[in-house]
Design a binder for this molecule. Structure first.
Ligand code: ADP
Length: 262
């Protein structure tokens, strides 16, 4: 029953995704064909003054439609990951300055790197993107300022805890981002991993951040957990499988992420 429920929730998410996209795309197509029609009428009437304006409108809509399909392609293309033994503390300190610059001076970013944290087997540049995305979400949840804490920890999941998280029993390390922002209602939490789900104003959120992080964590053999309380704040934790063995110094180098949307 659990599995069936999960399956139907997935189907619903896919339905919402394709339905929403088709809707937006249709609106843009309607705009383009409307502009073309007007252009034709004006040309037949020999009134060329408005033609330029309709052409610009059609071009704008076509560009937006292209951006929409581009986003969808970027989402559906399963990312090819390059997992390597990674020192996550080092990765975080390498990102600290960029993150602080991105969230601005009203939000101090504190890093709490547990000593003796296990190495993770993960694609480092994807993890950097995920971390930056989480911090941007945290910033967006604190319009009046607040604090961000980035924390790493070792986590042992016994059989029961692992089953709850849908990952194998074993040793994980967690990378958590905590904010002192608005928090999320249970209704929002239930939907945050859906592609294109966003509560942000039109043009500001894509609704892809957390769904991509979810996919990335799953593909990496880990999970994402969210703990949130309204008006208190939110913690998002990425669980990553532990790498056993040494880290080659060359393997743990930090590649700076390119800045996504802000
Ligand atoms: P986007 O940020 O583009 O909206 P996401 O998938 O990253 O897309 O997030 C989806 C939604 O989850 C956000 O619109 C917001 O409502 C909620 N959310 C994500 N992170 C936080 C956070 N740290 N605090 C409060 N709400 C959040």
């Amino acid at each position: 029953a659990q599995e069936a429920l999960r399956q139907s929730q997935k189907m619903e998410a896919v339905g919402q995704l394709t339905g929403g996209l088709a809707h937006d795309f249709n609106n843009l197509l309607a705009g383009i064909s409307g502009s073309l029609e007007l252009m034709q009428t004006r040309m037949q009437q020999g009134r060329l003054t408005d033609v330029d304006r309709y052409m610009t409108a059609a071009q704008g809509a076509a560009k937006r439609a292209a951006a929409l399909t581009h986003r969808l392609l970027a989402f559906s293309r399963r990312q090819t990951l390059d997992p390597k033994p990674t020192d996550v503390n080092r990765l975080v300190s390498g990102m600290h300055e960029l993150i602080q610059r991105t969230v601005g001076p009203a939000i101090p970013v504190e890093v709490v790197g547990a000593s003796g944290v296990w190495p993770a087997l993960v694609d480092a540049s994807q993890l950097e993107n995920a971390l930056l995305n989480l911090c941007i979400n945290a910033r967006d949840a604190m319009p009046d300022g607040g604090r961000i804490t980035i924390e790493t920890a070792n986590k042992w999941l016994d059989e029961r805890a692992a089953r709850q998280q849908d990952i194998p029993e074993g040793q994980y390390l967690t990378l958590s981002v905590t904010d002192t922002g608005t928090g999320m209602s249970p209704e929002v939490i239930a939907r945050v991993f859906e592609p294109f789900f966003t509560t942000k104003p039109l043009g500001e959120g894509t609704g892809l951040g957390l769904s991509m992080i979810y996919g990335f964590a799953q593909q990496s053999g880990g999970q994402v957990r969210i703990y949130s309380e309204i008006e208190k704040g939110t913690t998002v934790s990425i669980y990553l499988p532990r790498h056993y063995g040494e880290i080659d110094a060359d393997d743990s180098h930090v590649v700076l992420a390119t800045l996504p949307r802000s």
